[in-house]
Design a binder for this molecule. Structure first.
Ligand code: GUN
Length: 288
């Protein structure tokens, strides 16, 4: 039997603190933290994500500016929009919702965002800063996962951490953050041999593969802490369900603690976007 790591409650607590902080910034400095969100086209999943992000901004008193160009926008037009947002001192964070339509060069767009406004932490400079241990904006999902892990476990030094998945958005930065906390880190992926055994060596297991219930209960070392990053929509028993990358019910019998889906890492990701936006607004105005 495991402890359910309640990401929703932790995220709500973090957002409460941010509400107070944003009020303080407005009162003491006349500073209104502001994020620009760019959503290209009509992708339904992206629309839901963006709606949730904007809703959280409203709750926290963070200004948000939405740009919703049609999916036939050209690369040059999109780059011009990023340029304009970079140059707008009232905008502290810029988020371009991914994926972009195929004709657009995602890397070029992300890397055009001024690193100090890169609240997703995807920009090459922020990726580089993380890998050499310099301060920078951190990607929201790994940052939220680390907050929950440290809250539950305290010191992570010397623990064996296995990250299943090697994406630039989650797997790789998650591994970097775990390494920074002195874990012994393994990144596993689709070509890993004896994946079940590798997972069984983990005191901390992070599942970020994007496959529903991929990680089996008996892959989990008894007492391990399991972070499930997956958000997969499946049809089951005639119902539309949201499930993670871990077989939750089976894993619950083995793990010491596990994040549920929904209500685990998802809310943490959005809360950390708010956290990064406030941090970017403070940094831009040289406020500690
Ligand atoms: N698409 C899926 N996840 C993300 C994310 O964290 N940030 C952005 N910008 N797009 C995404």
């Amino acid at each position: 039997m495991a402890i359910r790591l309640d990401g929703k409650a932790f995220a709500d607590g973090l957002c409460e603190k941010l509400i107070t902080e944003v009020e303080g910034l407005k009162a003491a400095h006349g500073l209104r933290p502001c994020i620009a969100v760019v959503l290209v086209g009509e992708d339904p999943a992206s629309q839901v994500y963006v709606r949730n992000k904007v809703k959280r901004c409203e709750q926290l008193g963070i200004d948000s500016i939405e740009h919703r160009p049609a999916d036939n926008i050209t690369q040059a037009e999109l780059m011009a929009l990023i340029d304009e947002l970079n140059g707008n001192d009232d905008v502290h964070g810029i988020l371009v919702q991914l994926p972009l339509p195929e004709h657009l060069d995602e890397d070029q767009v992300i890397n055009a965002i001024q690193p100090e406004k890169d609240v997703d932490g995807f920009n090459l400079l922020n990726v580089g800063r993380l890998s050499v241990g310099q301060k920078g904006l951190l990607p929201c999902t790994p940052l939220g996962s680390m907050m929950l892990l440290k809250d539950h476990l305290g010191d992570l030094s010397g623990l064996n951490a296995v990250v299943v998945g090697r994406s630039n958005i989650v797997g790789k930065p998650m591994a970097q953050l775990l390494l920074r906390e002195n874990c012994t880190v393994t990144i596993a992926h689709s070509k890993t041999k004896n994946l079940a055994d590798v997972c069984r060596s983990a005191d901390i297991l992070v599942a970020a593969v994007g496959r529903p219930r991929f990680v089996q209960g008996d892959w989990i070392k008894p007492g391990a802490t399991v972070i499930d990053v997956g958000i997969n929509r499946i049809e089951e028993d005639g119902k539309n369900r949201l499930v993670g990358d871990v077989d939750y019910d089976a894993a619950f019998e083995h793990a010491g603690a596990i994040t549920p889906v929904p209500g685990g890492i998802g809310p943490m990701t959005i809360a950390c976007l708010m956290y990064n936006t406030v941090a970017a607004a403070k940094a831009a105005n040289k406020i500690e």
